[in-house]
Ligand binder design. Structure first.
Ligand code: ATP
Ligand code: MG
Length: 568
């Protein structure tokens, strides 16, 4: 490819709304352009990278036995009524209707559509197991689209769905998908971690996420410093930090805290540490209000809370008026003594003694509070976020934290969808049975952004070899004026192209400095600079984008030199 026949439009300025480096570099290199909130056009340059990622995914999925297909992006609303998932997805669903006022959604995911396909196509155990996948555009009306294609509203996903007669077969395919995902991300060349995950609105029993490690990642990954355990903080089990509840040593006392509402303020005022206090949060329950109690220095984990049957879905904190009705005070003073609702405490809180809590009266707190003697709870659960330094829940090591970008998510769904949509087959005994199901998502457009997040420097992108838009860039100095340079550049271009190497030759009439900084920004791994002076010595200059180390190479050996560098 020659640049004058291609489309390279780079920008010097960093766009105002681009907070993270991958978004900045994708705009500056011209890979993507914004059309509207969470909507991006991929330029020919961007598409070259996108297709490389897609092809790696396709090859590994095919190798793992999955079958490629393509479903419509637009899905009839009735399908979603069958599974009752409209409320689960809520505002993320983009509703559309046709001229006959029939209702549709632009698909955010395809469990309903594939289950409809399979219930019509598959009717015997002999056709199972089977695993279908597609690479396709999804739409989710994200509350906060941001970071460019990292969290956009329209994005490309690879989604796969497997169907089985039994759990063992499901687990077998799930593990194959786990391995395929591992191979895909390794081939793309990214540092990642597979972690236990919450199943969210997709549902089902077990699930794992694949996270590309990056400081800008939106997710917190907790992992054992010495063991195997790793989980998204949403899912990470937080163990009780107090093995056994100590005897009460203090009397309960009501103390004045006229302006102290936050845990920090109360602890400072009473000269106690935050871990001697508790905080009580009132939320909507499935039958009346529910109090959730965590230690003062801990964070409530809303996902864990939302997964409890006593807590209403979607998760909602009570408002000020509702709090007043239930607790008789403002939010900063809610206590557990004589609290008239269902009380669920975190496992650590259940073992606390002599603690501080609100007095359920504005301007007052209680000290020396003890369970059973002064207050009671009905349920003990893991309600909090795990913290760095906590014991790992599997008993091996302590927890550390890293930030991650979720690029993939695999689920064992069980029969949730097949039962709701009556996707049944005849088993060996001739009896009708709902299929077991798994689903496996991977963010294709997000993967490209994640790759840049992990591979860049102050000058621009440094493409991992497997997904670079071009393998070699030929940068002739004075291509327009020096015939010798032009002939040498064209000859190298023809030779590399004949070898099947993807080359871009910059034949634009631009200053050498401009050309060099453009290709630093574009991140092509191997760059060959051709100039008159080096040609005098029958040499060209080779530069590796990774470290910008340059080396003069004889024209006679440059082809073998490049072939070696590419295959290294
Ligand atoms: P997230 O937690 O980031 O919102 P999710 O859990 O909703 O993602 P899944 O339903 O598991 O996502 O979708 C499968 C994959 O699709 C994700 O692992 C992610 O890589 C990608 N993906 C999901 N939402 C977006 C988005 N808004 N923009 C780009 N990629 C996305
Ligand atoms: Mg997910």
């Amino acid at each position: 490819m020659k640049t004058t026949q291609f489309h390279i439009v780079t920008r010097k300025e960093t766009p105002q709304d681009a907070e993270i480096i991958s978004h900045q570099l994708m705009i500056r290199s011209g890979m993507i352009r914004k059309l509207g909130a969470g909507l991006y056009t991929w330029s020919p340059l961007g598409v070259r990278v996108l297709q490389k990622v897609e092809n790696i995914i396709r090859e590994e999925m095919n190798k793992a036995g999955a079958l490629e297909m393509l479903m419509p992006a637009v899905q009839p609303k009735e399908l979603w009524e069958e599974t009752g998932r409209i409320d689960d997805f809520g505002g993320q669903l983009l509703a559309i209707h046709d001229r006959a006022e029939r209702d549709y959604f632009f698909g955010p995911t395809h469990e309903e559509v594939i289950t409809d396909f399979v219930r019509n196509e598959v009717n015997s155990y002999k056709q199972l197991p089977i695993n279908f996948y597609q690479i396709q555009t999804k739409f989710r009306d994200e509350i906060r689209p941001r970071f460019g294609v990292m969290r956009s509203r329209e994005f490309i996903m690879k989604d796969a769905y497997s169907f089985h007669m039994n759990k063992e077969s499901l687990v077998d395919t799930y593990e194959k998908m786990h391995d395929a995902y591992t191979n895909i991300i390794n081939r793309i060349g990214l540092d990642f971690r597979c972690v236990l995950a919450d199943s969210g609105a997709i549902g089902g029993s077990g699930s794992q996420e694949f996270h590309v490690i990056a400081d800008s990642g939106e997710d917190a990954i907790m992992y054992s410093d010495t063991g195997e355990y790793a989980a998204n903080i949403e899912k990470c089990t937080a163990v009780s930090l107090i093995a056994e509840r100590a005897q009460a040593t203090k009397e309960i006392e009501k103390v004045s805290t006229p302006t102290q509402k936050t845990i920090e303020e109360v602890a400072a005022h009473l000269t106690v540490t935050k871990d001697q206090t508790i905080k009580t949060l009132l939320v909507e329950g499935s039958e009346g209000p529910v109090a959730l109690v965590v230690r003062g220095d801990h964070q409530l984990n809303e996902i864990k809370a939302n997964n409890l049957s006593a807590v209403a879905t979607p998760f909602r904190m009570l408002n000020d008026d509702e709090i007043k009705t239930v607790a008789g005070c403002d939010a900063g003073f809610i206590g557990v003594k004589e609290l008239n609702c269902h009380v669920i405490v975190d496992a650590t809180v259940a073992n606390m003694s002599d603690f501080v809590c609100g007095a359920s009266e504005n301007g007052y707190h209680l000290t020396g509070v003890n369970w059973d003697r002064d207050a009671s709870f009905q349920q003990v659960e893991d309600l909090r976020d795990a913290q760095v330094g906590d014991p790992s829940p599997d008993g091996v090591g302590t927890l550390k934290m890293a930030r991650g970008i979720e690029v993939g998510h695999i689920f064992q769904l069980g029969s949730k969808y097949s039962e709701a949509m009556k996707a049944v087959v005849l088993n060996e005994q001739g009896k009708s049975q709902a299929m077991e199901m798994g689903c496996y998502g991977m963010g294709v457009t997000r993967m490209v952004a994640a790759a840049i997040e992990q591979n860049h420097d102050e000058k621009g992108i440094i493409w991992p070899a497997g997904i670079s838009p071009f393998q070699v860039a030929i940068l002739p100095m004075n291509y327009q004026k020096s015939e010798r340079v032009r002939l040498a550049a064209d000859e190298l271009y023809a030779e590399l192209t004949a070898l099947g190497i993807e080359v871009i030759l910059d034949d634009r009439k631009v200053r050498p400095g401009f050309m060099m900084s453009d290709f630093e920004l574009l991140g092509v791994p191997h760059q060959v600079i051709i100039g008159d002076r080096a040609l005098d010595r029958n040499e060209v200059e080779y530069r590796a984008r990774i470290d910008m180390a340059s080396k003069d190479v004889s024209r006679d050996t440059i082809i073998s030199f490049l072939s070696q560098a590419i295959n290294a």
